[in-house]
Design a protein around this ligand. Structure first.
Ligand code: PLP
Ligand code: ZN
Length: 407
């Protein structure tokens, strides 16, 4: 098999996979990894995949190849595709699933990309890694950098990240920098730090990270024994939705699935440049200066992957639209109460999006539908407590308990 290359998504210029690059040197657009698929035998590959447990590295034939003897891994991926009996019944959908990627080692899908990204960092021989983060990327990078023995710097928007995520980055020993600004300011600084100080970037502009993330699409197809009809997914920077589309497309090209799902990209009303572009019907975004939403993981005003994402969603024949913070929190509660899954607000935006699609009759109730739950609810205990009824204080007596239960 040939080696993979890096290719500019706009002008098509190719670069060696051993160059440290995040954007095209002639036109400035992002790069993607092109895995050679011509010589792949689907029957052989199917056999190989089926002989291994479900996980990111189960699919290593379709992932970047490294000179390492083994990847830096904590067994990421292999997350449940939860069949939603109760929620499905309530919404009148027969085949509704939640891909619970909050079940990854550090509690979000970021681990799928990070196992590939950190392995690549070692492969390239870098010593220092950096990211900007609304929280989950920093938690994941801190953990994987620790495992790989690399020095890790994470930049978070000061005072704006959920407590669980912050505690992870700190506990795993990253240098945590609270940038006075929002996520977009932090990412600008990261890009500069890479140019000026040679730090290796592990945000989703790193072309190797989406490679790991695309395995979630492979897993869903393998878990369903075919592609779903619709995939509903939160969109922040847009790296994940583009990665899913890359995964479905590659599986299709190899001949491991027929067809591919429409992708619905969900944004929070106060942070929705991609949804706005779809509303206007243009392939261009207008960045939002001060994004606002309870779903901090998608609180992004200037999504770095906007071009990849808009194209991915369009090619899938899907669309992007917004949900409100109230809809997000109410979907989060609904999933927790009907399905037993505790997912963070950003993750719940996919279910809020589904409810809207059903309401507008934009989606058929007979479809096979997958909502992606990108992160675990324990990441953001503050917002969960704020959204819930207070605990009821009682005297330790059976009479007090009886009074409460009789209400
Ligand atoms: C990172 C993240 C997102 C957004 O993913 P993008 O690739 O930036 O679109 C959504 N939900 C959670 C929980 C995340 O951690
Ligand atoms: Zn280019």
């Amino acid at each position: 098999m040939k080696d993979e290359v890096l290719r500019c998504i706009e002008c098509g210029k190719e670069y060696s996979k051993n160059e440290i690059l995040y954007s095209c040197q002639s036109c400035g657009n992002l790069l993607e990894v092109v895995i050679p698929l011509e010589d792949v035998d689907p029957v052989e590959l199917r056999k190989k995949f089926d002989s291994r447990p479900l996980s990111v590295w189960r699919y290593h034939e379709l992932l970047p190849r490294m000179r390492l003897s083994s990847p830096i891994s904590m067994n990421e991926g292999g997350t449940p595709l939860h069949y939603c009996v109760n929620l499905g019944r309530q919404l009148g959908i027969d085949e509704l699933y939640i891909k619970f990627d909050g079940m990854n080692p550090t509690g979000s899908f970021k681990d799928r990309g990070m196992t590939v990204g950190i392995s690549k960092a070692l492969d390239l021989g870098v010593k220092n890694v950096v990211c900007a983060s609304t929280g989950n990327t920093s938690a994941s990078l801190a953990a994987y950098a620790g495992l790989a023995g690399l020095k890790c710097i994470v930049m978070i928007p000061s005072g704006q990240i959920a407590l669980g995520k912050l505690s992870q980055a700190m506990m795993h020993g990253a240098i945590v920098l609270a940038v006075k600004g929002n996520f977009d300011d932090a990412l600008d600084l990261v890009v500069k730090s890479s140019k000026e100080l040679g730090l290796y970037i592990l945000n989703s502009i790193n072309p190797f990270r989406p490679e790991g993330q695309k395995t979630a699409a492979f897993e869903i197809c393998d878990q369903l024994k075919g592609a779903p009809d619709s995939l509903i997914i939160p969109v922040g920077n847009g790296g994940n939705s583009a990665a899913y589309w890359k995964g479905f497309s590659e599986y299709g090209m190899i001949g491991l699935i027929d067809g591919a799902p429409r992708i619905f990209g969900i944004q929070a009303e106060g942070a929705a440049p991609i949804a706005k572009a779809f509303e206007k019907g243009v392939e261009k975004i207008e960045p939002i200066k001060n994004p606002e939403t309870v779903a901090t993981a998608i609180k992004i005003g200037n999504p770095a992957n906007w071009k990849k994402t808009i194209r991915a969603i369009k090619n899938s024949k899907g669309t992007s639209f917004t949900v409100t913070d109230e809809e997000i929190i109410s979907a989060q509660k609904l999933v927790a109460r009907t399905e037993g899954l505790f997912i963070e607000p950003a993750a719940a935006s996919s279910v809020a999006g589904l409810i809207k699609l059903i309401g507008n009759e934009k989606i058929d109730r007979n479809e096979r539908i997958v909502c992606v739950a990108t992160g675990h609810g324990l990441k953001d205990p503050d917002s969960a407590i704020r959204a819930s009824e207070k605990a009821i204080e009682i005297e330790p007596s059976i009479d007090a308990l009886r009074r409460i239960l009789s209400k």
